[in-house]
Write a protein that binds this ligand. Structure first.
Ligand code: PMV
Length: 320
Protein backbone atom coordinates (compact mmCIF):
# COMPACT_ATOMS: atom_id res chain seq x y z
CA UNK A 1 0.00 0.00 0.00
CA UNK A 2 1.43 3.42 -0.99
CA UNK A 3 1.27 6.27 1.50
CA UNK A 4 0.56 9.81 0.33
CA UNK A 5 4.12 11.27 0.12
CA UNK A 6 3.01 14.59 1.63
CA UNK A 7 2.09 12.76 4.84
CA UNK A 8 5.54 11.14 5.15
CA UNK A 9 8.33 12.51 7.36
CA UNK A 10 10.62 14.66 5.23
CA UNK A 11 13.64 16.93 5.38
CA UNK A 12 15.59 19.29 3.16
CA UNK A 13 19.22 20.40 2.96
CA UNK A 14 20.63 23.30 0.92
CA UNK A 15 23.34 23.21 -1.71
CA UNK A 16 26.17 25.70 -1.36
CA UNK A 17 28.38 28.00 -3.38
CA UNK A 18 31.79 28.97 -2.01
CA UNK A 19 32.37 32.53 -3.19
CA UNK A 20 35.92 32.92 -1.85
CA UNK A 21 38.48 30.99 0.20
CA UNK A 22 38.01 27.29 -0.63
CA UNK A 23 41.00 25.11 0.37
CA UNK A 24 42.58 27.94 2.42
CA UNK A 25 39.59 27.45 4.76
CA UNK A 26 40.96 23.97 5.52
CA UNK A 27 44.18 25.56 6.83
CA UNK A 28 42.34 28.13 8.96
CA UNK A 29 41.69 31.10 6.63
CA UNK A 30 38.18 32.61 6.46
CA UNK A 31 35.89 31.86 3.50
CA UNK A 32 32.67 33.29 2.11
CA UNK A 33 29.93 30.78 1.36
CA UNK A 34 26.24 30.95 0.65
CA UNK A 35 23.46 28.38 0.89
CA UNK A 36 21.69 27.78 -2.43
CA UNK A 37 17.91 27.63 -2.69
CA UNK A 38 18.25 24.21 -4.32
CA UNK A 39 19.76 21.23 -2.54
CA UNK A 40 18.31 17.86 -1.59
CA UNK A 41 14.98 16.62 -0.31
CA UNK A 42 14.38 13.33 1.54
CA UNK A 43 11.15 11.39 2.19
CA UNK A 44 11.23 8.64 4.79
CA UNK A 45 9.25 5.38 4.93
CA UNK A 46 9.66 2.87 7.74
CA UNK A 47 10.21 -0.74 6.67
CA UNK A 48 9.00 -2.89 9.59
CA UNK A 49 9.34 -6.10 7.55
CA UNK A 50 12.83 -5.51 6.11
CA UNK A 51 16.13 -6.09 7.84
CA UNK A 52 18.22 -3.33 6.14
CA UNK A 53 17.75 0.36 5.54
CA UNK A 54 17.98 1.62 1.97
CA UNK A 55 18.02 4.76 -0.15
CA UNK A 56 16.90 5.69 -3.65
CA UNK A 57 18.63 8.68 -5.23
CA UNK A 58 16.60 10.64 -7.79
CA UNK A 59 17.61 13.46 -10.14
CA UNK A 60 15.13 16.33 -9.72
CA UNK A 61 15.33 17.61 -13.29
CA UNK A 62 14.89 14.28 -15.10
CA UNK A 63 13.16 12.31 -12.29
CA UNK A 64 15.65 9.57 -13.28
CA UNK A 65 16.64 7.10 -10.58
CA UNK A 66 20.40 7.51 -10.13
CA UNK A 67 20.91 4.65 -7.68
CA UNK A 68 19.27 2.40 -5.11
CA UNK A 69 21.56 1.28 -2.35
CA UNK A 70 21.68 -0.22 1.15
CA UNK A 71 23.30 0.99 4.35
CA UNK A 72 26.69 -0.69 4.60
CA UNK A 73 29.20 0.66 7.11
CA UNK A 74 32.09 -1.59 6.13
CA UNK A 75 32.17 -2.45 2.46
CA UNK A 76 29.85 0.13 0.92
CA UNK A 77 30.35 3.08 -1.41
CA UNK A 78 30.75 6.47 0.34
CA UNK A 79 26.97 7.04 0.15
CA UNK A 80 26.23 3.55 1.55
CA UNK A 81 28.68 4.20 4.40
CA UNK A 82 27.23 7.68 4.96
CA UNK A 83 23.71 6.22 5.25
CA UNK A 84 24.94 3.58 7.71
CA UNK A 85 26.75 6.23 9.76
CA UNK A 86 23.74 8.55 9.93
CA UNK A 87 21.53 5.63 10.99
CA UNK A 88 24.07 4.57 13.60
CA UNK A 89 24.08 8.04 15.21
CA UNK A 90 20.33 8.76 14.95
CA UNK A 91 18.27 6.32 17.03
CA UNK A 92 15.55 4.57 14.98
CA UNK A 93 13.48 1.52 15.91
CA UNK A 94 13.03 -0.12 12.48
CA UNK A 95 14.83 -0.05 9.12
CA UNK A 96 13.88 2.88 6.90
CA UNK A 97 13.86 3.72 3.22
CA UNK A 98 14.77 7.24 2.10
CA UNK A 99 13.78 8.70 -1.29
CA UNK A 100 16.41 11.40 -1.79
CA UNK A 101 15.85 13.87 -4.64
CA UNK A 102 18.90 15.88 -5.69
CA UNK A 103 18.35 19.38 -7.08
CA UNK A 104 22.08 20.12 -7.54
CA UNK A 105 24.44 18.09 -9.72
CA UNK A 106 26.20 15.45 -7.59
CA UNK A 107 29.92 15.77 -6.87
CA UNK A 108 30.29 19.12 -8.64
CA UNK A 109 31.35 21.36 -5.75
CA UNK A 110 27.81 22.56 -4.97
CA UNK A 111 27.58 20.67 -1.68
CA UNK A 112 25.44 17.72 -2.80
CA UNK A 113 26.82 15.32 -0.18
CA UNK A 114 26.16 17.69 2.73
CA UNK A 115 22.73 18.61 1.33
CA UNK A 116 21.80 14.90 1.14
CA UNK A 117 23.09 14.22 4.66
CA UNK A 118 21.13 17.15 6.11
CA UNK A 119 17.96 16.16 4.20
CA UNK A 120 18.22 12.52 5.38
CA UNK A 121 19.04 13.41 8.98
CA UNK A 122 16.18 15.93 9.14
CA UNK A 123 13.71 13.42 7.65
CA UNK A 124 14.76 10.88 10.29
CA UNK A 125 14.50 13.52 13.06
CA UNK A 126 11.03 14.43 11.88
CA UNK A 127 9.96 10.79 12.38
CA UNK A 128 12.01 10.25 15.57
CA UNK A 129 12.13 13.49 17.61
CA UNK A 130 14.72 11.93 19.96
CA UNK A 131 17.13 12.09 17.01
CA UNK A 132 16.83 15.88 16.58
CA UNK A 133 19.68 16.89 18.95
CA UNK A 134 22.07 14.57 17.06
CA UNK A 135 21.42 15.81 13.51
CA UNK A 136 24.55 17.99 13.31
CA UNK A 137 26.75 15.19 14.65
CA UNK A 138 25.30 12.75 12.09
CA UNK A 139 25.89 15.20 9.22
CA UNK A 140 29.48 15.83 10.35
CA UNK A 141 30.17 12.09 10.46
CA UNK A 142 28.66 11.67 6.98
CA UNK A 143 30.76 14.56 5.62
CA UNK A 144 33.91 13.02 7.12
CA UNK A 145 33.29 10.02 4.82
CA UNK A 146 33.05 12.15 1.67
CA UNK A 147 35.68 14.79 2.55
CA UNK A 148 38.87 13.90 4.39
CA UNK A 149 39.87 16.97 6.48
CA UNK A 150 36.50 18.67 5.83
CA UNK A 151 36.46 22.23 7.15
CA UNK A 152 32.71 22.04 7.92
CA UNK A 153 31.89 24.81 5.43
CA UNK A 154 29.57 22.58 3.35
CA UNK A 155 27.71 21.46 6.46
CA UNK A 156 27.13 25.03 7.66
CA UNK A 157 25.67 26.05 4.29
CA UNK A 158 23.66 22.82 3.93
CA UNK A 159 21.93 23.53 7.25
CA UNK A 160 20.71 26.82 5.72
CA UNK A 161 23.14 29.40 7.11
CA UNK A 162 22.55 31.78 4.17
CA UNK A 163 25.46 34.02 3.15
CA UNK A 164 28.18 33.79 5.81
CA UNK A 165 31.83 34.39 6.58
CA UNK A 166 33.00 30.99 7.80
CA UNK A 167 36.06 30.03 9.83
CA UNK A 168 36.83 26.43 10.66
CA UNK A 169 38.11 27.03 14.20
CA UNK A 170 37.77 25.18 16.49
CA UNK A 171 35.30 26.44 17.43
CA UNK A 172 33.92 27.17 13.97
CA UNK A 173 32.60 30.69 13.42
CA UNK A 174 29.61 31.55 11.22
CA UNK A 175 29.07 35.27 10.70
CA UNK A 176 25.93 36.19 8.72
CA UNK A 177 26.48 38.84 6.04
CA UNK A 178 24.00 41.46 5.00
CA UNK A 179 23.70 42.56 1.38
CA UNK A 180 22.22 45.90 0.31
CA UNK A 181 20.55 44.19 -2.67
CA UNK A 182 20.09 40.53 -3.68
CA UNK A 183 22.88 39.29 -5.95
CA UNK A 184 22.53 37.17 -9.09
CA UNK A 185 25.40 34.89 -10.05
CA UNK A 186 25.98 32.56 -12.98
CA UNK A 187 26.77 28.99 -11.97
CA UNK A 188 28.20 26.74 -14.68
CA UNK A 189 29.01 23.04 -14.46
CA UNK A 190 32.32 22.91 -16.33
CA UNK A 191 33.08 19.18 -15.96
CA UNK A 192 32.32 16.23 -13.68
CA UNK A 193 33.77 16.88 -10.22
CA UNK A 194 36.93 15.31 -8.83
CA UNK A 195 37.24 13.75 -5.37
CA UNK A 196 37.31 16.53 -2.76
CA UNK A 197 39.47 14.38 -0.47
CA UNK A 198 42.03 13.94 -3.28
CA UNK A 199 42.12 17.65 -4.17
CA UNK A 200 42.43 18.66 -0.49
CA UNK A 201 45.34 16.20 -0.06
CA UNK A 202 46.98 17.54 -3.24
CA UNK A 203 46.96 21.08 -1.82
CA UNK A 204 48.01 20.00 1.70
CA UNK A 205 51.02 18.17 0.23
CA UNK A 206 52.09 21.37 -1.62
CA UNK A 207 51.59 23.35 1.58
CA UNK A 208 53.96 20.96 3.38
CA UNK A 209 56.62 21.45 0.69
CA UNK A 210 56.25 25.27 0.67
CA UNK A 211 55.14 26.11 4.20
CA UNK A 212 56.49 29.71 4.26
CA UNK A 213 54.99 30.51 0.85
CA UNK A 214 51.62 29.10 1.92
CA UNK A 215 51.61 31.49 4.90
CA UNK A 216 51.64 34.31 2.30
CA UNK A 217 48.90 32.59 0.29
CA UNK A 218 46.83 32.34 3.43
CA UNK A 219 47.40 36.05 4.04
CA UNK A 220 46.30 36.76 0.46
CA UNK A 221 43.06 34.82 0.98
CA UNK A 222 42.49 36.65 4.27
CA UNK A 223 42.77 39.96 2.39
CA UNK A 224 40.58 38.78 -0.51
CA UNK A 225 37.81 37.70 1.89
CA UNK A 226 38.08 40.93 3.88
CA UNK A 227 37.88 43.10 0.74
CA UNK A 228 35.11 40.94 -0.75
CA UNK A 229 32.92 41.48 2.32
CA UNK A 230 33.39 45.24 1.94
CA UNK A 231 32.69 45.08 -1.80
CA UNK A 232 29.52 43.01 -1.21
CA UNK A 233 28.30 45.46 1.40
CA UNK A 234 28.95 48.46 -0.91
CA UNK A 235 27.44 46.56 -3.87
CA UNK A 236 30.74 47.26 -5.69
CA UNK A 237 30.47 44.64 -8.43
CA UNK A 238 33.62 45.69 -10.29
CA UNK A 239 35.71 45.21 -7.14
CA UNK A 240 34.02 41.89 -6.39
CA UNK A 241 34.76 40.63 -9.91
CA UNK A 242 38.44 41.58 -9.63
CA UNK A 243 38.69 39.71 -6.33
CA UNK A 244 37.09 36.64 -7.95
CA UNK A 245 39.74 36.71 -10.69
CA UNK A 246 42.53 37.09 -8.11
CA UNK A 247 41.22 34.19 -6.02
CA UNK A 248 40.91 32.05 -9.16
CA UNK A 249 44.55 32.87 -9.97
CA UNK A 250 45.65 31.47 -6.60
CA UNK A 251 43.56 28.30 -7.06
CA UNK A 252 44.93 27.91 -10.61
CA UNK A 253 48.46 28.17 -9.21
CA UNK A 254 47.70 25.33 -6.78
CA UNK A 255 46.86 23.11 -9.77
CA UNK A 256 43.11 23.03 -9.14
CA UNK A 257 41.88 24.22 -12.55
CA UNK A 258 41.35 22.11 -15.66
CA UNK A 259 41.04 22.89 -19.39
CA UNK A 260 37.21 22.69 -19.12
CA UNK A 261 37.17 25.09 -16.16
CA UNK A 262 39.47 27.51 -18.06
CA UNK A 263 37.24 27.26 -21.14
CA UNK A 264 34.09 28.11 -19.17
CA UNK A 265 35.89 30.98 -17.42
CA UNK A 266 37.20 32.37 -20.74
CA UNK A 267 33.72 32.26 -22.27
CA UNK A 268 32.27 34.15 -19.30
CA UNK A 269 35.09 36.74 -19.33
CA UNK A 270 34.88 37.15 -23.14
CA UNK A 271 31.20 37.94 -22.61
CA UNK A 272 32.27 40.76 -20.30
CA UNK A 273 31.83 39.03 -16.92
CA UNK A 274 33.25 41.23 -14.17
CA UNK A 275 34.85 38.13 -12.65
CA UNK A 276 34.85 34.34 -12.87
CA UNK A 277 36.43 31.66 -10.72
CA UNK A 278 36.24 27.98 -9.94
CA UNK A 279 34.27 27.12 -6.81
CA UNK A 280 34.75 24.20 -4.43
CA UNK A 281 37.48 21.62 -4.54
CA UNK A 282 38.43 22.04 -8.23
CA UNK A 283 39.86 19.38 -10.52
CA UNK A 284 36.50 19.62 -12.32
CA UNK A 285 33.09 20.75 -11.09
CA UNK A 286 31.68 24.27 -11.24
CA UNK A 287 32.70 27.85 -11.88
CA UNK A 288 30.72 30.94 -11.04
CA UNK A 289 30.70 34.30 -12.82
CA UNK A 290 29.45 37.81 -12.09
CA UNK A 291 27.58 39.83 -14.71
CA UNK A 292 27.07 43.59 -14.81
CA UNK A 293 23.27 43.45 -14.36
CA UNK A 294 20.35 41.07 -14.83
CA UNK A 295 20.31 41.18 -18.66
CA UNK A 296 24.06 40.65 -18.82
CA UNK A 297 23.87 37.75 -16.34
CA UNK A 298 21.25 36.10 -18.57
CA UNK A 299 23.41 36.69 -21.66
CA UNK A 300 26.38 34.94 -20.00
CA UNK A 301 24.16 31.96 -19.13
CA UNK A 302 22.88 31.78 -22.72
CA UNK A 303 26.39 31.88 -24.19
CA UNK A 304 27.66 29.18 -21.83
CA UNK A 305 24.64 27.01 -22.67
CA UNK A 306 25.23 27.56 -26.41
CA UNK A 307 28.79 26.33 -25.84
CA UNK A 308 27.43 23.06 -24.40
CA UNK A 309 27.68 23.83 -20.67
CA UNK A 310 24.97 23.39 -18.05
CA UNK A 311 24.59 26.96 -16.68
CA UNK A 312 21.95 28.68 -14.56
CA UNK A 313 21.36 31.75 -12.38
CA UNK A 314 21.60 31.53 -8.58
CA UNK A 315 19.92 34.19 -6.44
CA UNK A 316 21.91 35.15 -3.37
CA UNK A 317 19.85 36.84 -0.71
CA UNK A 318 21.06 38.49 2.50
CA UNK A 319 21.21 36.28 5.59
CA UNK A 320 18.21 36.77 7.79
O1 PMV B 1 33.81 19.33 -2.04
P1 PMV B 1 33.59 20.72 -2.43
O2 PMV B 1 33.85 20.94 -3.86
O3 PMV B 1 32.27 21.18 -1.96
O4 PMV B 1 34.72 21.62 -1.70
C1 PMV B 1 34.76 21.82 -0.34
C2 PMV B 1 35.64 22.98 -0.01
C3 PMV B 1 37.07 22.66 0.36
O5 PMV B 1 37.59 23.87 0.92
C4 PMV B 1 37.91 22.29 -0.86
C5 PMV B 1 37.17 21.54 1.38
C6 PMV B 1 36.57 21.90 2.74
O6 PMV B 1 36.20 20.95 3.46
O7 PMV B 1 36.51 23.08 3.10
Amino acid sequence: MHQDPSSLPQGTGCGKLILFGEHAVVWGAPALVTSLELGAHALLRTLPHEDRSSLTLLDASTRAELATLYADAEHGSPLERALATILHILPIDAPVHLDVTLHVPPGAGLGSSAAMAVAMARAIASAYPAAAPHVEQAVAASEAIFHASASGIDQAAAMGSGLIRFEKGPPSSLQPLHLPTPLELVICLAAPGASTARMVQHVLAQRQRHSALFEHLRGAVDAIVHDAIEALQRDDRAQLGELMNLNHGLLYGMGLSTPEIERAISIARDQGALGAKLTGAGGGGCIYALGQDHAHTEAIVTTLQASGFHAFIAHITPST
